[in-house]
Ligand binder design. Structure first.
Ligand SMILES: [Zn+2]
Length: 134
């Protein structure tokens, strides 16, 4: 699987969002290009809960608009697992909206945020190598 470069600022922002939203899950979008994520787009969750999230449609729309206006795409989505592992849950698989989006998960279970990236392929999530870049 091809690695995806992720700006360190994105990782820091996503981790800070997760910490700020705890004990609830946070969610947002990831802007960039095929093999690079260069901006995170925090979204409001319509379902404030420790084990669920629902991206507010307006925030998703805004992210799409900004991505298009800057020659990029909404490459992925992120959410946090305040008490769970940095791996998609069964709920995540069942409620997956757009299978074409990379899924970034931030776990706070071990005290310090842990971030992993996945893509949906052949009916399941597969880990995607994440390369932090300045
Ligand atoms: Zn999840």
């Amino acid at each position: 699987m091809r690695p995806v470069r992720v700006r360190q600022a994105v990782l820091a922002s996503v981790a800070a969002h997760a910490v700020g939203a705890a004990p609830n899950e946070c969610c947002g979008l990831l802007l960039g290009r095929a093999d690079e994520i260069d901006e995170s787009w925090p979204a409001r969750s319509l379902q404030e809960s420790p084990n669920r999230f629902l991206v507010r449609p307006r925030d998703h729309f805004d992210a799409l608009r900004v991505a298009r206006a800057t020659g990029r795409t909404v490459r992925g989505a992120y959410h946090s697992h305040p008490r769970g592992p940095a791996h998609p849950s069964r709920t995540d698989a069942a409620e997956l909206g757009d299978a074409g989006l990379l899924q970034m998960i931030v776990s706070l279970r071990d005290g310090t945020p842990r971030v992993q990236l996945f893509e949906w392929t052949s009916g399941k999530f597969a880990a995607v190598p994440l390369v932090p870049v300045p």
